[in-house]
Design a protein around this ligand. Structure first.
Ligand code: IPM
Ligand code: MG
Length: 358
C-alpha cells in the first residue's frame, strides 16, 4: 500500500523522537512492501520562528490532505512569553479541531519489564494494568470562549466549558464500541455533582448504556477517579471523559506504568484520518541530547498502522519489537528504574534496536 503521512516534528525532543518512529516506519515499509510518503510541515515554536504563527494555513491544509498525521511535541520556554493566541499549543488545538479529531485514545498498559520504573512498584497494584482512556478532544473548556477582562477595578478571566448532546454521544459511542472489543466495561467520568455540562454528559451516557446493554456501565466522579486510579486501577477497562478531565487523568494513569515516555495516543475523526502522537510534551530540558524515550512515538506509529491504515499485522510487529527490546534489558534514562543488568541506551540507539527486532 502507498500512504501519505504528514509529519509534524515540532519542538524540543519532538524531532528526535519522530526521527526514530520514521526509521521504524521505513523498516516496516521495506519488510511488508509498503510505501510511506512523507510531507514535513512546521508546527509550534518551529513554525513561529519561521512564519510568525504556530501553523500556517497552508500547513494545516497539508495535514488535511494526507492519510494520517504523525506528531512529536510542541512548546517550550522560548515561546511561553508570546501572545497567548500565537502559542505553540494553539497549533495543536487547531489541528485537532480542523481535522475533526474528536476521539483521543490513550492506552495505558503496564509493560511487565518496566515494573521497577513505576513509583507504585512496591504495591503491585499496577501489575498487568491495561486500560483505555477515551478522551473527548475537540470540545469542552479547551474550545469554549476564553476571555480576560477588567471588572470593578481588577482583572477577571473566564473559560467556558460547553458540550452539546451530539458531541457527548459521538465520544460515548467510541467508548462503548471500544469496550466491546476489550473488557466490555465503561466508566464515564464526570463532575455531575457540580457541573451542568457533566449532568448532560451523564444523561447522554445513560441513554447509550441502555443501547449497549452488553457493556457494563458505571458513572464515577472525576475526583474519585483520581483516587481509584492509584488505589485499584485494575477495576478500569475503558474510561471515557471530557477533554480536560482526560488530559489530567491520562497523565496520572501514565505514571502507573512507569513513564509517560512510553505512552502513545491516537486522535481519530469520524473517517480514517487520524493524528498520532505520544502523550508527553516537548521536554525542553533534555532536548538535543539524544536521551529522550522514543517508544511512545514508535508505539503511536503502530497505532497509526492499526487505526488509519488497516495494517494490524504491521502494528503488532512494532509492538512485539518494543516488547522484545525491553525484555533484552535496553532502557532510555526515564525507564531505567533500579533493576540489575539494565543497558542504558540513547534515543537513536533505542530506535535502531526496535528496527533490528523487526
Ligand atoms: C496533551 C497535552 C496538550 C493538551 C497540550 C500540549 C495543549 O497536554 O496532549 O495531553 O492539553 O491536550
Ligand atoms: Mg496532557
Amino acid at each position: 500500500m502507498n500512504k501519505k503521512i504528514t509529519v509534524l516534528k515540532g519542538d524540543g525532543i519532538g524531532p528526535e523522537i519522530v526521527n526514530e518512529a520514521l526509521k521504524v516506519l521505513d523498516k516496516i515499509a521495506e519488510k511488508y512492501g509498503h510505501t510511506f510518503e512523507k510531507d514535513y510541515v512546521d508546527i509550534g515554536g518551529a513554525s513561529i520562528d519561521k512564519f510568525g504563527v504556530p501553523i500556517t494555513a497552508e500547513g494545516l491544509e497539508r495535514c488535511k490532505n494526507c492519510d494520517s498525521v504523525l506528531l512529536g511535541a510542541v512548546g517550550g520556554p522560548k515561546w511561553d512569553v508570546i501572545d497567548p493566541a500565537l502559542r505553540p499549543e494553539k497549533a495543536l488545538l487547531k489541528v485537532r479541531s480542523e481535522l475533526g479529531l474528536f476521539a483521543n485514545l490513550r492506552p495505558t498498559k503496564m509493560f511487565g519489564q518496566l515494573k521497577s520504573a513505576s513509583p507504585l512498584k512496591e504495591t503491585g497494584i499496577a501489575d498487568g494494568l491495561d486500560l483505555m482512556m477515551v478522551r473527548e478532544l475537540t470540545g469542552g473548556i479547551y474550545f469554549g470562549e476564553h476571555k480576560t477582562f477588567e471588572e470593578n477595578g481588577q482583572t477577571v478571566a473566564t473559560d467556558l466549558m460547553l458540550y452539546s448532546e451530539s458531541e457527548i454521544e459521538r465520544i460515548g459511542r467510541v467508548a462503548f464500541e471500544t469496550a466491546r472489543k476489550r473488557g466490555k466495561k465503561v466508566h464515564s467520568v464526570d463532575k455531575a455533582n457540580v457541573l451542568d455540562s457533566s449532568k448532560l454528559w451523564r444523561k447522554v451516557m445513560h441513554r447509550l448504556a441502555e443501547e449497549y446493554s452488553d457493556v457494563e456501565y458505571s458513572d464515577i466522579l472525576v475526583d474519585n477517579t483520581a483516587m481509584q486510579l492509584i488505589k485499584n486501577p485494575s477495576q478500569f477497562d475503558v474510561i471515557v471523559t471530557e477533554n480536560m478531565f482526560g488530559d489530567i487523568l491520562s497523565d496520572e494513569a501514565s505514571m502507573l506504568t512507569g513513564s509517560i515516555g512510553m505512552m502513545p495516543s491516537a486522535s481519530l475523526s469520524s473517517g480514517r484520518l487520524g493524528m498520532y502522537e505520544p502523550i508527553h510534551g516537548s521536554a525542553p530540558d533534555i532536548a538535543g541530547q539524544n536521551i529522550a524515550n522514543p517508544l511512545g512515538t514508535i508505539l503511536s506509529a503502530a497505532m497509526m498502522l492499526r487505526y488509519s491504515f488497516d495494517m494490524p499485522k504491521e502494528a503488532d510487529a512494532i509492538e512485539a519489537a518494543v516488547d522484545a527490546v525491553l525484555s533484552d534489558g535496553y532502557r532510555t534514562g526515564d525507564i531505567a528504574g533500579s533493576d540489575e543488568g539494565i543497558k542504558k541506551v540513547s534515543c537513536s540507539e533505542m530506535g535502531d534496536l526496535v528496527c533490528s527486532k523487526l
